[in-house]
Design a protein. Sequence first.
Lengths: 583, 69
Amino acid sequence: MDPTPITRLAGIDYAVMVVYFAVVLGIGFWLTRKMRTSSDFFLSGRSLPAWVTGLAFLSANLGAQEVIGMGASGAKYGIATSHFYWVGAIPAMVFVGLFMMPFYYGSRARSVPEYLKLRFDEKTRTFNAVSFAVMTVFSSGISMYAMGKLFHLLLGWSFDVSVLVSAVIVLGYVTLGGLTSAIYNEVLQFFLIVFGFAPLVFLGMQSVGGWSGLTARLATAATERSLPADAYTSAWRNMGDAAANPIGVEWFGLVAGLGFVLSFGYWCTDFLVVQRAMAADSMNAARRTPLIAAFPKMLFPFLVILPGMIALALTTGGGAGVIPAKLAADGAPLMDAAGRMVLDYDLATPMLLVKLFPAGMLGLGLTALLASFMAGMAGNVTAFNTVWTYDIYQSHIRPGASDQHYLNVGRVTTVGGVLLSIAAAYVAGSFNNIMDLLQLVFAFVNAPLFATFALGMFWKRTTGNGAFAGLVAGTLGAAVHHGLTLPRGAVAGVKGGYLGLVHTYPSELAQTFWTAIIAWSVCFAVTIVVSLFTRPRAEVELEGLVYSLTPKPVDERLGFLRRPVPLAVLILTLTVVLNFIFV
Amino acid sequence: MSDVTSLDIRVPIGGTFGVLGLMLAVYGAVARPQTSAGININLWWGIVMLVFGIALFAFGWSATRSRGP
């Protein structure tokens, strides 16, 4: 039997959604005429200005896991969630803009796997292309599943209908307008998220009595969970001891695991985001793309994490809270070992929207959520069709066909990618453990990647065999480490411990961060050793692909804010200031 | 390739926010839904969005015009 929906929408709410859908499809139709070559379709003809690719760089990652997940983490871990931004994303975005974009953009590679082909060899490229293609399909499927489930719960919409309708709309605008269409819609989505969530934070802060009210309420919540009173409202003070902070990680694991390996691995090598910068109209614009994205990114904790913290504050101290309890299979609230209700953190942000927004604004807030789900899906689909067409189809199945042929393959692949995502959404719904397992495998594949890229770009002696051996060894290293450890309180299985138990981590995140550190170190070491024993490529072949053999981009004659280096210094300074404010 | 950039993306986005802002502001002024904090958020936020939309539209439009023939 279906549960009764939590709220009902008024006509005005539907009207706001209809306007959004009309604009999204309108942009696709209007761009159709411009898609003449495969480069137009897959790379936007390398013609977009830096601010557009910058906002798209940010939005492509702003899918379901960001908006809902960061709210959930805000409720679970408090302000320390901002480490994902101020320790993780921002330094990595500065690095990719300053040091890696010259190779991605300058080498004229059309995708990240293609860069690996140019720098190393075909097998390294194929390994990366295949794992990336599978991963994008599953992440877009998980995104769709989360959306269907959420809108069913909130509004009583049918799961099948929401999945199908959103898939058809994404399919429509990507097939029609290619990457440009996806990027333009990501820019629209960026503004929708800002305008939909800023008033939520404003009203939320008012209802908890400002920052001091929030601190006081969260101090109660922290004490109830036997944590120091400032555990939810200070980002660094409790990081010395894994047991004293809600994340359950000590500072070294956080900085090395999250800050260095995971964030650099994601922002510097994931084609989903790098593709946006490759669409820029010049080298300078490509390098500024992640830097321009870093400014709003720095402030996003206030938009996406604060709602979760506010929801937790409003749930503390008895009464009907904002965050509902997780339900057991029999419908009764789930209790933990200490007899406290287990909260369904994923609902923190959506429930706060429903509670604080009247009709009209609720439509806007939900449209912002829908936009983030759909843009996340579109981002995955555009990255998938490029990698499939260039790195798998063109290089293995049918090389040397006409450009028109690859453009058509790209369009057909979009349909295929969306259909596979829908299938993945239903897999996610029926076998939750299989999805957990898949995500785990991808984490193993991704964690060592940054070592491969760093060595490939900055050490000309790195060989293709070294890179491939390093990637495989790093993935195995991650699996072995994961198989020998467990987070506290978990049983052997998908959470680890399947090879025996050597160490227990205080939390799941601590285990994830250390798995990443191990994977990276193994890949780094094995790549160096194998490279020293194999023959390097001639230096002439590596021009434009390796740091020491590439002319440095010159931009001294440009205005101050058009130069990447001053921008980067400004970004890093502001990030340090933010860390100090919320220390 | 040049006509991929010929319509500035600020024009449709500005237009969208103008329309949405107007809808919310009019709805706020007519239906007067109140929040728990006692603010007519539809009206005020609608006006903010309308102003933002018009500004973005205007910038985009003038950029498109100056780039044209």
